[in-house]
Design a protein around this ligand. Structure first.
Ligand code: BDP
Length: 682
């Protein structure tokens, strides 16, 4: 198995005899048909029997004429005649009961056709994971559940580690690759209902007529699966494409240009989702170039879309000049604008204030913009967690952020999950046969979708579900593998960025260690800016004595991080600068604790190989070997991270290693000298 089938493998199940042999479809829409054919595909593969799709009329005839046919178990897909308010637009209901002739019928019902598709996938999931089919009612908690592709028009993917872009712009719209359908099926199976096709560092060309037609072909393919297409836009497009002198959002000609552009898009893509915008960030143009605010820019685009679509305006901004802690900039720019955004604007906020680090406290904007709908942006691709090689199950990370209490306006229990209106995940998908660059990275795509559907769901349950569908339901595999997944991200944080350290990766690629880097033009691009290690101590002081970023959180949230003595030490050096002698919870000095955490990370990474080795009997050789190779690389590189980091920080602290800890294999100069422009070599 090469992983192409993802979690939709539909291998034979023990309950086969009890499963339906016919699908009865009361909804002839393309989405209804997609639901029926997925049930047919899944049930026939899992039971090894022929499964028919019948329309109700045919079923009536068959039942009258052939008693054997009539006794076949059925699964019925039908839309509610009267809308059920508990289901909303996308929810579903699954119910099994006997009808007159004592045949068990499972009925999937929904208000809209998309609910039937989600219900079909939910039903198949229960069967695949080996559970009895239960009566179920479910509906998504969040309206917008989107992938963000950072795909460039030339086929490369920014921060993508799974091959090239899936979108074959060259051959679109003529060639509609069958892979687009599989992409849509996979996304629909986890409830994703939108996809932003192109990189946030957008080129204006994606808004030209030929590219709109290409995007429309993708939209046509995705539509039956409930997936709307969105585009990232370049704020200066009216200048580049329209020949205007300005992109000032209050200029009538600029506003007219965007309105006409939106109309052109809707003529091709009637259900176009809207725009994602990175503006005034990392050199991208934006409204501040014209002394306008983010709200001016967002509202102008919102007006162009009208009630047809949504603007997602990113809060990942930092100014040209570095006046203060980058942690504070988004909050400072956006909180004064709360309540001034148009109703169809969401502000899209990264999970943390810096940049997708292995661990970040939740972004202070969550809970600080009560009058503005917020979109969570998680990274599914692992830019800072070992790309597609290292194993890090991000479900556990997402859960940690979503369950954090923002104490919005002093109220207890206002978790991040409760203050968001949507979730975006920076996709980890490309042309690799296994889609995500590694088998375990598929779990991150899966977990993202399941948590976007229900941000209160448990990451462990999701991992269990995924492992059962993706590999086997055998508990001898599932238990140890889920335990391993649940610890895996912590292990990466231990060997890369322990105790709340962050941004220690080498320049450009962000893969290997570079805690010594101090030569980049902006201070806040340099690791030394973030760890501030010297002979006396280490850490970024964000208390009132330092940058004051801590004060951006609600006082109740601040309390959890204000006191190094009582706080969760996994965030310690994110908020505090402490002396090497500082006594940690374990009783050990900070220096010893830091070294021991690096050491533990490297050891735990190596131990993953032993756990995995025992899994060989339960799965196919191809995926077993692929994972084994990655774990070998990870163990080696985790050791490299540990050694390079300890060597560097020891050059600052000047202290001896704690008793029993092995010194790094090489000198600090050796680690600094390593360059790997194309492939790593630590
Ligand atoms: C950083 C990436 C960069 C992105 C930027 C963003 O390194 O490639 O363009 O974020 O989110 O994580 O805009």
């Amino acid at each position: 198995e090469d992983g192409y089938e993802l979690w939709l493998r539909y291998r034979p199940v023990q309950s086969a005899v009890d499963l339906p042999q016919r699908v009865v479809l009361y909804d002839e829409s393309p989405t209804g048909r997609a639901a029926a054919s997925e049930l047919q595909r899944g049930l026939s593969a899992m039971t090894g029997r022929t499964v028919s799709i019948d329309s109700p009329v045919k079923r009536g005839i068959a039942m009258n004429e052939d008693p054997a046919e009539a006794r076949k178990k059925q699964i019925v897909l039908s839309r509610n005649a009267q809308p059920d308010p508990t289901l909303g637009a996308e929810g579903y209901h699954i119910e099994t009961g006997a009808v007159e002739n004592h045949v068990l019928v499972t009925r999937i019902s929904a208000n809209r056709d998309i609910g039937l598709l989600y219900g079909a996938f939910a039903y198949l999931r229960q069967v695949q994971t080996g559970q009895p089919v239960r009566d179920t009612t479910d509906a998504p908690r969040l309206k917008l559940r989107l992938l963000n592709h950072w795909d460039n028009l030339d086929g490369t993917v920014e921060r993508g580690y799974a091959g090239s872009s899936l979108w074959d712009w060259w051959r679109l719209p003529d060639l509609k690759s069958p892979r687009y359908v599989d992409y849509a099926r996979a996304n629909a199976s986890i409830g994703i209902n939108g996809t932003v096709l192109n990189n946030v560092n957008a080129r204006a060309e994606s808004l030209t007529s030929p590219y709109i037609v290409k995007a429309a072909a993708l939209a046509d393919t995705f539509r039956p699966y409930g997936i709307r297409v969105y585009l990232s836009v370049r704020f200066s497009a009216p200048i580049e494409l329209g020949g205007l002198k300005t992109a000032d959002p209050l200029d009538p000609a600029v506003r007219a240009w965007w309105k006409a552009k939106a109309d052109e898009i809707y003529a091709q893509i009637p259900d176009f989702g809207g725009f994602l915008v990175k503006a005034n960030s990392e050199g991208q143009p934006g409204p501040q170039d014209y002394h306008r605010t983010h709200a001016d820019g967002a509202n102008m685009l919102a007006a162009a879309l009208g009630d047809r679509g949504t603007v997602m305006w990113r809060a990942f901004v930092y100014k040209g000049e570095v006046a203060e802690d980058r942690h504070k900039q988004a909050y400072n720019e956006f909180t004064p604008l709360d309540g001034t955004f148009a109703p169809n604007v969401l502000v899209q906020v990264k999970n943390g204030a810096i940049d997708f680090q292995p661990r970040e406290p939740f972004h202070p904007l969550f809970g600080a913009m009560p009058k503005t709908p917020l979109m969570m942006e998680f990274q599914i691709t692992k830019e800072y967690l070992g790309f597609a090689t290292h194993l890090a199950y991000l479900g556990q990370y997402y859960e940690e952020t979503l369950s954090a209490d923002t104490f919005e306006r002093g109220q207890k229990g206002r978790t991040v999950a409760q203050v968001i209106s949507g979730m975006a995940g920076v996709a980890n998908i490309g042309t690799d046969r296994n889609w995500s660059g590694s088998n375990f990275d598929q779990a991150n795509w899966y977990a993202f979708g399941r948590l976007a559907w229900n941000p209160h769901a448990s990451a462990r349950d999701i991992a269990t579900e995924w492992a059962r569908m993706t590999f086997t339901t055998d508990a001898r595999f599932v238990r140890p593998v889920v335990d391993m997944m649940m610890r895996s991200r912590e292990t990466v944080a231990d060997y890369m960025t322990p105790l709340g350290l962050h941004h220690l990766m080498a320049t450009g690629h962000h893969y290997g260690p570079g805690p010594w880097v101090d030569n980049l033009s902006r201070p806040d691009w340099n690791p030394v800016y973030y760890h501030k290690a010297d002979k006396d101590g280490i850490g970024f002081d964000r208390t009132a004595k330092g940058s004051g970023a801590l004060s951006q959180y609600d006082p109740l949230a601040q309390a959890a991080w204000a006191n190094p003595q009582s706080m969760d030490e996994r965030y310690l050096l994110w908020f505090h600068h402490l002396s090497w002698d500082y006594k940690t919870r374990s009783g050990r000095p900070l220096w010893d604790e830091l070294v021991l955490t690096y050491d533990r990370g490297a050891r735990d990474a190596a131990a993953l190989q032993d756990i995995w080795a025992k899994m060989q009997p339960y799965i196919d050789a191809e995926r077993f070997e692929a994972v084994s190779a990655n774990l070998r690389i990870q163990a080696r590189e985790a050791k490299g991270w540990r050694d390079a980091s300890i060597a560097y920080f020891q050059s600052k602290s000047g202290r001896a290693l704690p008793a029993g800890v092995a010194p790094p294999d090489h000198s600090l100069d050796y680690y600094k000298s390593l360059k790997f422009p194309f492939a790593p070599g630590i």
